[in-house]
Design a protein around this ligand. Structure first.
Ligand code: ADP
Ligand code: ZN
Length: 738
């Protein structure tokens, strides 16, 4: 339901309405005061246009004026939009996200103003119908006019063009009748509300465990019980069906529901299932939604007519007036972390949102994050467990290929055992997936004459060859250049050699080994957005593909009934690089990839090619011992005083100028907080020491769980004035360490 506007205090329309504070979506320290001109009524949450300097900005009335500037010197608000005000709950959310992430509230507000075009109501459209006026005696009724009147007789108001088309006449004929008063125009609000999902439609018959979990979630939603629950179950155990029941309960209670997914997982398969369950599609919010649909979606969400929204992490910042449930699907997924601008974790902010508003949040995963598991163990989160794959489909068997003894040939990447297995799979008329989490042809290009490595001119990174595109590319800044014939260092011709495999190079090997197989290559640069993913899923499901080669975009929850073999080309790939979560992430990713095999009645086999079969991650995967792995991982983190048993924050200073960034780093080092339990590491050049031409220095703060980390950071940053060229990014709970 839209909020009751009358319930919020509003300025009087007469002269002298008190000034108000307006928060702008700009990096400013706080809200600015504005006068309310005579004749304008504004209240908290209203979207307004205000002048600032020489420009105009859309902002949100945040509350009473702070009074720092004398009232008569304030500039006036220019206008108020005719849109539902941003709910109080949402304004508090913006503030809390800013506080948690140590960012400016205006920067967070910018996330919430993702569709300013939606602030004005859509212009009404004119529909036409027969008026009540009888046909005047003197009017000449041509056959064309008669035709139009016949079409209109007793029918609803319709667009003029449609009437003319149906009557087989020109639009001028209809207008002529309108001039004569026989046809009338009725304005209708521009947007039709999105269709309402029908919660009362029956879902599938749930297994006993599914039914118990669904009943528990539904009760939480119905009773509006705050708290976070982990819905834990292997891929295919029916988590989606279970949380659909929570959504049904939310709809029945008349509240809005939000489902957050890693964007790439939002496929037509998911949308199709939603539609089968609820009769209509949900409202979508992600990067592929067109600007017109975005505007409509925003408006429908703000007015409360959008009942279920499914979206990427940014959907969290939409102004729901009456949210009653958030589901975070694949909660462990790294895609929920936003790394630029306001650095936040979508899952954690969803938990915060639920906490502030007092409704349940469901986190679903087959491989939950250690953070979430520890929260369950500590009793902070609830847990519901789905033990089996639905219908008894078996989990794939995981086998290890020791690359030290089962060696691929030179310049080849598939071990003999894997080659044999793929051959057998194809012979059986089944499909195989080869997984390599590396885009392009080769991660490194090296001169055989002088040893020079081709690097990005503006980053500390090698250029990756993309042979299909005929270019070298930087995966950090997007720089591309044609592949040179001469080494830029020594000038020799035809000495540049590709080192190591990317998926394109693997595809070359596959084509050579299995010339008759239909091969499809997928990577995030060839497959963007839910629609493209859906098309691919369709081709694989219709068995138009024998061998699928892909990066992690193929790892996300699609169902391929005939896919019975998964080969992981380099299972060790994610384990290097000193990331605190390297093991956890590798385990999650490889479990997810493995889950692609044998989801239907056919059992699947997964081969992991590794140089280190004894590694705890490989052992845990082979034994299917997720809980043992998590326990060992937790113990390691506890002893190292690392998250989730301690807190981390990173400060990343960057500047095009080395002296400036070093000066800033020295200043921060000198004023670093010196609390007994707190450890400040750095400054150190970031592993990615130069990014987009900016030199980067990192600090890492390690604090006990209970430490007031944000206050410490604010205090620290508040004490130094950094050189103008230096940007300081704060990353609370960092997931990336580059
Ligand atoms: P998860 O989300 O845990 O991966 P899904 O909810 O996608 O699992 O379920 C896996 C498959 O099993 C889907 O095709 C789903 O439609 C089917 N399924 C799950 N539960 C049931 C059920 N109770 N009745 C019929 N089909 C089910
Ligand atoms: Zn670059």
């Amino acid at each position: 339901m839209p909020p009751d506007r009358a319930s919020e205090p509003r300025g009087a329309p007469d002269e002298g309405a008190p000034p108000v504070a307006v928060l702008l979506p700009l990096p400013l320290a706080g809200a600015y005061d504005y006068a309310v001109p005579a004749g304008l009524t504004v209240g908290p949450g209203d979207y307004v246009v205000v002048p600032l300097g020489g420009a105009r900005h859309v902002g949100v009335v945040w509350g009473a004026a702070e009074g720092a500037v004398e009232a008569r010197r304030l500039r006036p608000i220019e206008r108020r939009f005719d849109a539902p005000p941003m709910p109080e709950e949402h304004r508090r959310f913006v503030e809390r996200v800013a506080a948690y992430t140590v960012s400016l509230p205006g920067a967070v507000l910018r996330l919430a103003l993702g569709a300013t075009a939606a602030l004005d109501p859509a212009p009404p459209t004119l529909l036409h119908r027969r008026s009540a006026l009888p046909v005047p005696a003197g009017l000449r009724l041509t056959p064309a006019r008669r035709q139009v009147l016949a079409v209109l007789e007793g029918g609803p108001a319709r667009p003029l063009a449609e009437i003319a088309r149906e009557a087989g006449v020109g639009a001028a004929v209809v207008r002529g009748l309108a001039d004569a008063g026989l046809v009338e125009a009725v304005p209708v609000p521009g947007d039709r509300p999105p269709p309402v999902p029908d919660w009362s439609r029956p879902g599938p018959v749930l297994s006993a465990e599914q039914a118990a979990a669904a009943a528990d979630l539904a009760a939480r939603v119905r009773e509006r019980r705050p708290g976070t629950v982990l819905l834990d179950g292997v891929t295919g155990s029916g988590k989606t069906e279970v949380y659909f029941e929570a959504i049904a309960a939310c709809l029945k209670a008349g509240r809005q529901a939000l489902v957050l997914v890693p964007e790439i997982a939002l496929t037509g398969q998911w949308l199709g299932r939603f539609e089968r369950r609820f009769g209509v599609p949900p409202v979508e919010w992600h990067s592929e939604v067109s600007s017109g649909d975005r505007r409509r979606a925003w408006r429908a969400i703000a007015t409360g007519t959008a009942r279920v929204v499914v979206g990427a992490r940014s959907a969290l910042f939409l102004p729901y007036p009456d949210l009653g449930l958030i589901v975070v699907d694949e909660e462990h997924d790294g895609a929920f972390k936003q790394e630029d601008g306001v650095v936040y974790h979508g899952r954690d902010m969803a938990v915060l949102r639920g906490h502030l508003a007092g409704f349940p949040v469901v986190l679903a995963s087959a491989t939950p994050s250690l953070e979430t598991v520890v929260n369950v163990e500590a009793g902070r989160y609830g847990m519901l467990h789905l033990p089996d794959r639905h219908g008894g489909a078996s989990l794939p068997e995981i086998r290890m290929i020791d690359l030290r003894s089962d060696r691929p040939e030179r310049q080849r990447w598939m071990a003999p055992t894997l080659v044999r297995a793929v051959g057998e799979t194809l012979a059986a008329g089944e499909q195989a997936l080869l997984f390599l989490n590396r885009r392009g042809y080769a991660p490194l290009t090296l001169c055989r004459a002088c040893g020079h490595r081709l690097e990005c001119p503006s980053c500390t990174a090698w250029l990756v060859e993309h042979r299909l595109a005929g270019r070298l590319q930087c995966h950090h800044c997007g720089f591309t250049t044609p592949l040179p014939r001469q080494c830029p260092a020594c000038g020799e011709t035809d000495t540049l050699a590709a080192c190591g495999p990317g998926v394109e190079r693997l595809a070359e090997e596959v084509a050579a080994r299995f010339p008759a197989a239909r091969v499809e290559l997928v990577a995030s640069d060839t497959l963007t957005g839910p629609r493209a993913v859906e098309a691919l899923v369709g081709r694989v499901a219709r068995h138009e593909v024998d061998i699928l080669i892909g990066t992690q975009v193929v790892a996300k929850g699609h169902h391929f009934p005939m896919l019975t073999l998964v080969g992981v080309i380099d299972a060790d790939l994610g384990l290097h690089g000193g990331d605190l979560r390297a093991g956890e992430r590798t385990f999650q990713l490889l479990s997810q990839v493995a889950g692609r095999a044998g989801r239907a009645e056919r059992p699947g086999v997964v081969y992991l090619q590794t140089l280190d079969p004894g590694h705890p991650v490989m052992q845990a995967l082979a034994k299917g011992d997720r809980d043992g792995f998590l326990a060992a991982e937790a113990e390691g983190r506890r002893q190292a005083r690392m998250p989730p048993f301690a807190r981390l924050a990173a400060l990343i200073l960057s500047s095009p100028s080395v002296p400036d960034v070093d000066r800033a780093a020295t200043m921060l080092a000198r004023t670093a907080p010196a609390e007994p339990d707190l450890q400040v590491l750095g400054p150190a050049p970031a592993p990615l020491a130069v990014l987009r031409g900016r030199h980067r220095r990192r600090f890492l703060v390690n604090a006990p769980r209970q430490a007031p980390l944000q206050a410490i950071l604010r205090d620290w940053l508040g004490r130094v004035r950094l050189p103008g060229s230096v940007r300081c990014q704060v990353d609370v709970d960092p997931y990336g360490f580059l």
